[in-house]
Design a protein around this ligand. Structure first.
Ligand code: E4P
Length: 215
């Protein structure tokens, strides 16, 4: 399963990229707003690191606007995936953009039937938001467990990108469900690495090593 960072912070991305465990980045308008920087400048810096998949969202709500924004974003760098919302206008835009060779990430997906439509119009990624479903007392991961077999049934190439991830158990469950990608905040990716027994074990080994006679 590929691991993506869900952030527009170039410093966070650089840190995980340096560790070598990062496969991609997703951004959204809220994450970009938090940085207080020019959107395209941020995207160029992320792409310059060599990150192979960088999702950038359109903000137009009608198809013509989505198409012009999507084409502009796509032209910035070959690593750009254009994020388009799951609406009738978004489905229409996705079909056109996909036919032009642009890879589309269909976002704000909350049902398996929406995911089916995303695949039918040729989206490269579908982004079900599991944390936001959990917030509504609906088990978000159940949606992933529905989408994965549906895509397998029909051999859809669309990759399932688990979004709105809030903690490491979401990542674990996404992997068990056979999702292709999980995108998560920096704090969650950090927690995937850490374990107190690793730290304790390392400290003990280093202390014992002091007792080993040195030639
Ligand atoms: C990713 O593509 C989404 O924009 C993101 O995961 C949403 O997460 P949130 O529900 O924590 O805002």
């Amino acid at each position: 399963m590929k691991l993506f960072l869900d952030t527009a912070s170039v410093s966070e991305i650089r840190r995980m990229w340096d560790v070598g465990i990062l496969d991609g980045v997703t951004t959204n308008p809220s994450l970009v707003a938090k940085e207080g920087r020019l959107f395209e400048e941020v995207l160029r810096e992320i792409c310059a690191l060599g990150v192979p998949s960088v999702s950038a969202e359109v903000v137009a709500t009608e198809t013509p606007g989505m198409l012009s924004e999507g084409r502009r974003l796509r032209a910035l760098d070959p690593a750009i995936y254009v994020k388009v919302p799951m609406t009738p206008a978004g489905l229409k835009a996705t079909k056109v953009l996909a036919s032009e060779g642009t890879r589309v990430n269909m976002t704000l997906v909350f049902s398996a039937t929406q995911a089916l439509l995303a695949a039918k119009v040729g989206a490269a990624y579908v982004s079900p938001f599991i944390g936001r479903l959990d917030d509504q007392s609906q088990v978000g991961m159940d949606l992933i467990r529905e989408i994965v077999p549906i895509y397998r049934n029909y051999g859809f190439k669309t990759e399932v990108l688990v979004a709105s991830v809030r903690h490491p158990i979401h990542v674990l469950e996404a992997a068990k469900a056979g999702a292709d990608i999980a995108t998560m905040p920096f704090s969650v990716m950090e927690k995937l690495v850490q374990h107190p027994l690793t730290d304790l074990g390392l400290a003990r080994f280093l202390k014992d090593w002091e007792k080993v006679p040195k030639g």
